[in-house]
Structures are given as C-alpha cells and as structure tokens.
Design a protein around this ligand. Structure first.
Ligand code: BGC
Length: 753
C-alpha cells in the first residue's frame, strides 16, 4: 500500500492568492445540504457512470442498467456520462429528483470536443486559425447545441501540449506550443461556459488531461510520461493554468504516470499544484477507469487501495472505476480515510450543481422543443463553414492556386474526395455519419455551370468495415481503381487529389508508429502526376503527417484537416480564392518519424551545430529541421517584414519594452497574416528554449498596404519556473524575433535589468 502520507491541513490547504472566488450564498447552501447527507450519500455524489440505458424502452428490471436505475434512486450516483438527448436526460433526472431521499439532481457529461451536432474542424485544425474569436465561437455553438440536448458538462477542452504526432490524440488539442495552447485553452473555456454557468446554453468546461498525457513515450497512448519538473511547469502546465484563469469549472486527470506516480494518484499535481498553489475550487474527475488502472500501473494493490490513493490525491469524482462507491464508506469507517476528504470532494460536486442552477430547475437543459429548435441551426452551419475556412493551411503553391471557377474540366480524385464521413473526424459528438459536405460536392457547388467535374476514387484508403471503434485496415493491394483515376486526370485541366487519413485513424487509442500516408496514396499521387502535372493535393487528417514525397512532387498542397460538417464548401472557398488562406500550423510537420518528438521550441544543447564533423546533435541521415515548421502557412498574397526594433535596449522589472515590425502586403490581393513574436532568454538558471512564442496578431492588409505591429513585453511575459522553484523572470540578455512562422524571423536584442 503506497498511499501518500497526507497531512489533512495540507490536503485542504487554504486557497492561494489566485484562488477562484467562491459565492457565499452557494457555499451556505452546500453546507446545509452536506449536513443532511449520510456518508453513503456523499460518496454517491462522487460516483459517475456511463449510461447505456434506453430511455424510449421500458425500464430494465435487472442487470447493469437496472442497477444504475436503483442506485440513482438510492442517491448513489452523482453524474452520468453519455446519456444523450433532452428526453433521455429528463428521464434519468427524474429517477434522481423524484425518487432519491434528498432529491439532488444529477449532472450529465459528454465529450463535446468539436461540436455537438454541427461539427467544426477537429481542435488541432481549428487551432491553425490562430483566431481566438472563431475558436470561442465554435465552442459557444457546441455548448448551445449540447445544452439544449440535456448536457451540463463537456469533457473539453483538451489542453495537452504534444510534440509527437504519433500520438493520435494530438488531434484533440492545440498542438505543440505552450503559449498558443494557453490562449486557445482560455478561448475554448470561455466559449463553452459563456458568460454565466447558470445560463441555459452554458456547459461546464473540463480542462484535461492533468497532466502530461501528451508526453507519452513514443507517442503511444496511455504510455508513461517521464518528464522533469521544469518541463512540467514550463511546457505542460501553462495551458491548464490559463484554463483555470478563464474559469474552467472542472479538471480531468490523466491515464499516464509521471515520475512513477499515476496522475490520478498524484498528490503533487492535484493537491499541491491545482488545489493548493492555484487555488482551484472546482471539481476533478478521474479519467475513464483511471482509478482502477492504478492497479495495472502497479501502484495500487486492489480497487480499495486505488480508491484510497485517488481520493487522498484529490480526484473528486470516480468515472467508471466503480471504486469509490463500494470502498470509500468502509475506508472512512475504518479510519483509513478522513471524512473531511469525502466532504471536500462532495462539496466540489455540489458546488458545481448549484452553480449550474440545477437545484432551481433540474430539467433546465432537458427541453425537447428547445433541442429541436437548436440543433443544426442555419447560423451554426454558416459559422462552421467560416471557421473551417480559417483553419486551412496552404503548405505549398507553385502558382496553381487559386483555381479559376470557369476551368474546363476538373478531376476530383482520391480516397477522401467524395468521403462524406471522414471530414467529421473522431470525437464528433452526435454529428450524423456521412453528413459532411464532401470535397466533390463543395467543388461541384463552386464551379461555373460550364465546368465539367469528373470523379474517381483511385484507391480506397481502407478495406472492410470502418468507423468507431473498429481499427482501420489499410488498402495496400487493390489498385483496380487506378486506371479510372488516371483516365480522369488525363482528361482534366486540373486535378484536385484528396489524400490523408481515415476519420478514425487519429484520436484516442489511435497512435501510429508510421505517420506517412497510408495504403496506396503516394502511388496514386505518382500515377496521377505522370499524366497531369497540375495537381493540387488537399490533405484531410487529424495529425501532422510525414509527407516528403507529396512536398517534392505536388505543385500545390492545402492542409484542410478534418474540417467538419461544411468541409467541402470551406475547402472550395479556399481553392477558388473566395477565401485567401491564412492558417498557420499549430504543430510542425516532420520530415520523418525518426525526428519525433520534435518542437521548434527545443533546447540548444552543448553541440547545436551545424558543424563540419560528425560530433554534434543531429541525425547523420536527415537535417534537424521539420518539413514545415510551427507557425508556417502561405497565402495567395505575400508579406514582407521590416524595421524590426525594440523600443529600448533594456527595461526593468516594473517596466516594459515594445517589440515592433512593419508588415507589408507585397502581393496583388488582400490577405491576413499571423504576425508572430518569439523570444529567447540567452542565459538562465536552467537552460531555456531557442525560441518561445510570446505573442501573435492576425493582421488583414489590402494589397500594397503596410502596418506597424507592436507587442509589449513585461517581466511577467519572460517568467519561467526557475532553478529556485519559482515562477519569475531572470535579468539578462534576450532576443526577440518577429516573423510569419517560427523559422523565418528577424531578430532584435534587448535585456531585462
Ligand atoms: C478519455 C477522456 C474522455 C473520457 C470520457 C476517456 O477515455 O481519455 O478524454 O473524456 O474517456 O469519454
């Protein structure tokens, strides 16, 4: 038994200066309710099940669902996940509110990741917009739909920084960067929660997975993360802190261990940092089964032990480990667990129920008429198209794009060309299968009436059955569609070739050792290029891919991601120039898997090179740089940067310095550029990265126009977790760098006194 020795005073530490404010009226109500509750009822609030019961059929009389019914009535369930729809949630709520002794309402949670019914680009794709208003708006719409369909709580945003695209869940986050990730975390929390958690269209957000889940070794899901306290504090935690500062009502812990301690059992993460240093007053839910998985980790002897460890460590709600309900009452009665820890956890759950307004009206989110009127509203669909457009990244363009709408014949080829399902991506809420606008449909709707559109699949990506939760089996041998694709390409003025991933190739459990294009896709590209050189490759995928072959041979490449319900229209908007692409990669694209994990924000090492001899930090068979760096993305116009300067050579801790540049649109059409500011701290008490993003601004300029773009840096912006174990800026020399991506920058020196 390895239960950490825990001083109760420390466990329930007084919140820090940054603590989330409490509402005294709610606190009083929680106090009063807790006083009436038995130990079993308190533990019941900490219990969450996934529901599989069918609300339209008769109530089951025995077995799993029947037991859940009984437990709800007995006050032994605090929350359910995966109960979908206003009707189903109302019926489940009735069980609690009309039958249980204290009539404490349930709350309902669901993974509303990138839309509930109207589906937006996968989070990684949407992050490529660097457009905080757009990102907040999509979360707002997702919350509006889900809250009309019975949900109170989304298990989002996932704010895990990841530098390893082998990890399938990189799709769910904001990519490789801490600063961008923090900005996006805040935008998503604000979008989900709206202005008031008690509003009928708000969802409680959940910052997940706390912490370091994105740092699993070899990019393998659920794997060990062995990272230093410096990396944890400087790279992993800031997006969580940003989510908390934006008001995130809940956190979810993670499956991985760090330094030998499973996150679910980590006092350091949950008690010391989250609830102690940061003063988090919300609730921590375990990840699915993660309390019980501490047995497999070899950290708990049995489920009882696991319950003990998890509660001590600050995991308030047990999602599907079924550990708390059977074991916590006994642990308290035997004196092994202090009842104050149960009280604290139950208080956090009840606080949220009050904040959501559920004690005023437990059915407020379960309104069938509102659900009907809300899901898939026309304005939401329009927003999905706009946000998808903003998310696209132009990776290469030898001048083929934008296409003319009156082109004679256009061939739309490839396994994803007329796929109406993959654009919805993984974790697609209740998005209806095969409901996305395909690329072919988008192109057909955009071109002139005289244009002939021909279509051929070429080669299917997968064989056999596809979809959740089946593993994708790739097509590596069926070339029977090649001749038709080659014929179509031959006859066309231009080819649009859709390549990438199956919808369920990225996402949870979908880590891959090889992130090159699967199946026969590179071969198909070659076959098409052999008969027509005018090929635009449109990529649909949930993760950065290793595509050196495509980069070498295709004249134009548009990264469209899994762009959601309106994918085909949004892609066509960009291909034909109705929208000028402005997306920038939130995660670099490697040249090869062997470079991973990789970030632009790496350390310099003692042997940075490049040197003539072999003894420096490199691979002897490949350059160190990625194929497309973080922050990279082209436009149909061009931008020039000049006049990069600092307002002063030095500033002190109470002051600030401004770093500015003049941006000029040097091309022939209006466009939007994401101006990026990076900083390097030259000497630190621990080594600092070669570059760190510290600011960005989306700037729209007419052709020929210029604008001065200015960023203000204060000491706080230069702060990091120092060798002294404090978050602070250290005086010394810095470099500021400004540019349109993390590679092509101009620099200026300044120092902090
Ligand atoms: C995932 C979480 C998710 C939960 C509930 C887990 O497998 O890791 O991110 O919220 O399931 O669906």
């Amino acid at each position: 038994m390895k239960t950490a020795v825990l001083l109760l005073t420390a466990a329930l530490a007084a919140p820090s200066a940054t603590a989330q404010a409490l509402d005294p009226v709610i606190e009083k109500k929680v106090d009063a309710l807790l006083q009436q509750m038995t130990l079993e009822e308190k533990v019941g609030q900490l219990n969450q099940y996934s529901s599989a019961f069918d609300p339209t059929g008769p109530a089951p009389t025995e077995g799993g669902a029947a037991d859940v019914y009984k437990q709800i009535k007995a006050g032994q369930v605090g929350s359910l996940l995966n109960v979908l729809g206003a009707d189903a949630t109302r019926k489940a709520q009735q069980l609690a509110v009309e039958n249980s002794r204290l009539k404490i309402p349930l709350f309902f949670g669901y993974d509303v990741i990138h839309g509930y019914r109207t589906i937006f680009p996968v989070p990684l794709g949407e992050s490529a917009s660097w457009n905080m208003e757009a990102i907040e708006r999509s979360a707002r719409i997702a919350a509006t739909e889900a809250a009309a369909a019975g949900q109170h709580w989304t298990f989002a945003p996932m704010v895990d920084v990841s530098r390893d695209p082998r990890w399938g869940r990189i799709m769910e986050g904001a990519g490789e960067d801490t600063y961008l990730g923090a900005r996006i975390a805040a935008a998503r929390v604000k979008g989900f929660q709206g202005k008031d958690l008690a509003a009928v269209d708000s969802l409680a957000a959940c910052a997940k997975h706390f912490a370091a889940y994105g740092f699993g070794e070899a990019g393998r899901d659920y794997n060990t993360a062995d990272i230093s306290e410096q990396t944890l504090r400087n790279v992993v935690l800031p997006p969580f802190k940003a989510a908390l500062d934006a008001g995130a009502a809940t956190f979810m812990n993670s499956f991985n261990e760090i330094g030998g301690i499973p996150a679910t059992g980590s006092v350091h993460l949950q008690r010391d940092i989250l609830k102690g240093e940061w003063g988090f007053s919300g609730m921590v839910v375990s990840d699915w089964g993660s309390i019980g998985e501490m047995i497999d980790h070899g950290y708990a002897a049995n489920l009882k032990d696991a319950a003990h460890i998890a509660l001590n460590a600050g995991s308030d709600m047990d999602m599907e480990s079924r550990a708390y309900l059977p074991h916590l009452p006994g642990l308290v009665k035997s004196g092994a667990v202090d009842v104050k820890l149960v009280d604290d956890a139950a208080r956090r759950v009840l606080r949220l129920k009050f904040r959501l307004g559920l004690f005023d009206d437990p059915y407020r989110h379960s309104d069938v008429a509102r659900e009907k009127a809300t899901l898939g509203k026309a304005e939401f669909v329009t927003a999905a198209r706009e946000i998808a457009r903003d998310s696209m990244v132009l990776l290469k363009n030898d001048g083929l794009l934008p296409l003319a709408k009156n082109v004679g014949t256009i061939a739309v080829i490839g396994p994803l060309a007329n796929d109406k399902d993959s654009p919805l991506g993984n974790w697609r809420g209740t998005g209806v299968a095969n409901s996305a606008v395909s690329l072919l449909e988008g192109i057909e709707a955009a071109v002139s009436p005289q244009t002939k559109v021909v279509h051929a699949v070429g080669a299917a990506l997968a064989t056999g059955q596809r979809g959740f939760p089946i593993e994708v089996v790739y097509n590596t041998s069926d070339r029977s569609g090649f001749p038709a694709a080659v014929e179509a390409a031959k006859s066309a003025d231009v080819v649009v070739l859709a390549l990438g991933e199956d919808a369920f190739q990225s996402g949870e459990g979908r880590s891959q050792a090889d992130i090159r294009l699967k199946g026969l896709q590179n071969e198909l590209l070659e076959a098409v290029l052999a008969v027509n050189t005018k090929v635009v490759v449109v990529l649909m995928n949930g993760r950065p891919l290793a595509i050196p072959e495509v980069d070498k041979s295709a004249p134009a490449i548009l990264e469209a991601w899994f762009a959601g319900s309106q994918a085909g229209h949004a892609i066509a908007d960009v291909l034909f120039g109705d929208a000028n692409p402005s997306g920038k990669l939130p995660s670099g694209f490697p040249r090869a898997v062997g470079q991973l994990p990789y970030s632009y924000s790496h350390k310099n090492t003692g042997r940075p090179g490049p040197k003539t001899e072999v003894f420096w930090a490199h691979h002897t068979d490949l350059t160190n740089d990625p194929l497309y760096p973080f922050g990279f993305g082209l436009s149909y116009t061009t931008f020039a940067y000049g006049n990069v300067k600092a307002s002063a050579p030095a500033f002190d801790k109470t002051g600030s310095v401004t770093i500015s540049a003049t941006l000029t649109n040097t091309g022939k059409r209006a466009g939007t550029e994401v101006v990026q500011l990076y900083v390097r701290d030259l000497v630190g008490s621990t080594t600092r990265p070669v570059k760190e993003l510290k600011g960005f601004e989306r700037v729209t300029l007419q052709a020929g126009a210029s604008k001065d773009v200015t960023f203000t840096l204060k000491a706080a912006d230069l702060a990091f977790y120092t060798a002294a174990g404090r978050w602070e800026a250290e005086p010394g020399a810095f470099k500021a760098m400004i540019g349109g991506n993390s590679r092509d920058v101009q620099e200026v020196a300044f120092s902090l006194r």
